[in-house]
Design a protein around this ligand. Structure first.
Ligand code: G16
Length: 546
């Protein structure tokens, strides 16, 4: 069987390539200004159909979202059968298809991909697609559908969903009716699974004061509210703010996890009541960070690193108490605060692995542990239980009533955690369970260790692809000479650490710096940003980078 060239050519003609359409499938798929994405979406639809055919008709996911990016941007990424990110070997095909300069070239590239990837076109294809709350989604989703239709893929429209809900659905479709069945393949099934697990873990405990959640004015707002209706406010008191996902210009604007993490302050116009718990989702609800103000009004961030420490410590206690002989490991990136890595290795005694930015890298590394906890400092992460650990959790015979209780909690935790990808709703529940069981205030959680002061800066450059890195992004290889200059700057600062890497989701280079004091961390960040700017920057050098 061969590609229906006429159908593809005709469909492609309705989705001409924009000269500025994104060139590479990056950290989280394609991302760019929404006006440039129509042809990219159509071509991703084609690729999703091919990917499903390659995998003998297993369901593939397509999520239309630009997550933390501003509202005018959009993006798209593919989800593989177990709910994980598209296998990296197929990213190049996505890039090739997106760059084909004409309808004719697209047909030729498509045929080439079919040949090189050895896709059997006679296989069926099934794709589930969803989108976040961006106004551009409506038309862009239609382009995806046109791509799927051109290759006769069976389609399931998940509609408005959070990114992790789409990942969940993909895994559910592919495991339905097997011993690994992940759950009901519906958003209601997702809510039921999480609510049941939460009820098991929370019943009979003293409730904590309500958690206030900033929904970034994104899809997380309606979805969190739907979930709260299922679980019941009496068992999970939550107040939502920044929860208007339909008002133009609102999404991620001065709020949300990315704003709070990078600005190190609460969402604009949210007054923090001292010692109360707050959390912020990002635009597609796959990230979460927590925070609170102390008695002097000082802001304290509890980011992905703090979540990793909290979760790892709790799970290690449950493993020990239940008598299960399995090991916990943690995966971080270069952005992890040095103090968090020290806490994990020296206080918790847990092995820590450092990998490049991007969920696919963390997820993959976490799979090598019995229980792998992975979190990026920006609040993206989850916990993975290996198949043998799941089997042990299900079959282990506890030696005492307290071991039985720990085991029951571990079993519920397996269902509470979305193991396909980082999930703001599920991670919110994970943190809340630990705080509930420990009866901890946010300050008690925060007391585990004190972050080294740090700063993250964006630098606009001529060509971010000119920046290449190694050693899990801790060293920059090109432009030549840059690393030596960074090393010199770092040497001058007590406790200094800094690295530079190209963003995979925005057109910029990111500079991270940490040091012993706030002022030296800021100085170091500014200095390294200045070095990058003078070497490869675009536009006038900003007076200050933050
Ligand atoms: C995506 C990725 C994350 C990554 C973030 C920033 O998150 O899924 O793994 O940390 O982008 O990436 P970069 O620094 O390369 O721009 P999200 O929440 O935007 O989908």
């Amino acid at each position: 069987m061969s590609v229906n060239e006429q159908a593809v050519r005709a469909a492609s003609a309705a989705h001409p390539r924009h000269p500025n359409s994104p060139a590479t499938y990056g950290t989280a798929g394609f991302r760019a200004h929404s006006d440039t994405l129509d042809s990219t979406m159509f071509r991703v639809g084609l690729l999703a159909a091919l990917r499903s055919k390659k995998l003998a008709g297993q369901t593939i996911g397509v999520m239309v979202t630009a997550s933390h990016n501003p509202e005018q941007d959009n993006g798209v990424k593919l989800v593989d059968p177990h709910g994980e990110m598209l296998h990296s070997s197929w990213e190049a095909y996505a890039t090739q298809l997106a760059n084909a300069p004409s309808d004719e070239a697209l047909v030729a590239t498509l045929k080439q991909v079919v040949q090189v990837a050895e896709v059997d076109l006679s296989q069926p294809a099934k794709v589930v697609y969803g989108h976040d709350s961006r106004p551009s989604c409506r038309t862009l989703v239609r382009a995806v559908v046109d791509g799927l239709t051109a290759l006769d893929a069976e389609q399931v429209n998940a509609g408005l969903v959070t990114t992790p809900q789409l990942h969940y659905l993909v895994r559910c479709y592919n495991t339905a009716g097997t011993p690994q069945a992940y759950g009901e393949p519906s958003v209601e099934g997702y809510y039921q699974k999480l609510a049941t697990a939460w009820t098991t873990l929370a019943t009979g405990r003293h409730l904590l004061p309500a958690l206030t959640v900033d929904c970034a004015n994104g899809v997380g707002a309606p979805k969190l509210k739907e979930f709260l209706k299922v679980v019941g406010q009496d068992l999970l008191p939550v107040i939502t703010v920044r929860d208007n996902h339909t008002l133009a210009g609102n999404l991620n604007m001065n709020c949300g996890a990315d704003f709070v993490k990078t600005q190190q302050c609460p969402p604009r116009n949210v007054e923090l009541v001292p010692w109360q718990r707050y959390a912020s989702f990002d635009g597609d609800a796959d990230r979460i960070v927590f925070y609170y103000a102390d008695g002097t009004g000082t802001f304290h961030l509890l980011d992905g690193d703090k979540i990793a420490g909290l979760a790892a410590g709790f799970i290690m206690d449950l493993v020990k108490d239940s008598g299960l002989g399995v090991k916990v490991g943690v995966v971080q990136t270069a952005y992890a605060n040095g103090a968090s890595t020290k806490y994990l290795t020296e206080v918790l005694g847990v092995p820590v692995q450092c990998v490049p930015t991007g969920v696919k890298h963390l997820h993959h590394a976490a799979e090598s542990f019995d229980i792998g906890v992975y979190f990026e400092a920006n609040g993206h992460g989850t916990v993975l239980f290996s198949p043998s650990t799941l089997a042990a959790i299900n079959t282990h015979t506890p030696a005492s009533p307290s071991a039985a209780a720990a085991l029951a909690n571990l079993r519920a935790l397996v269902d509470l955690i979305n193991q396909t990808v980082g999930d703001a709703i599920s991670d919110m529940l994970l943190v809340e369970v630990v705080l509930l069981h420990r009866q901890w205030t946010p300050a008690q959680w925060d007391a585990a260790y004190t972050d080294y002061p740090n700063r993250l800066v964006k630098v606009l450059v001529q060509d971010r692809h000119a920046f290449t890195t190694s050693d899990a992004e801790r060293k920059v290889d090109t432009p030549a000479g840059l690393q030596d200059k960074i090393d010199e700057a770092v040497k001058e600062v007590v406790g200094g650490r800094s690295f530079v890497r190209p963003s995979g989701t925005e057109d910029c280079v990111r500079v991270y710096a940490e040091a012993a004091t706030r002022s030296t961390a800021d100085e170091l960040a500014n200095k390294v940003a200045g070095i990058v700017h003078s070497l490869a920057g675009k536009g006038p050098k900003p007076a200050s980078f933050f």
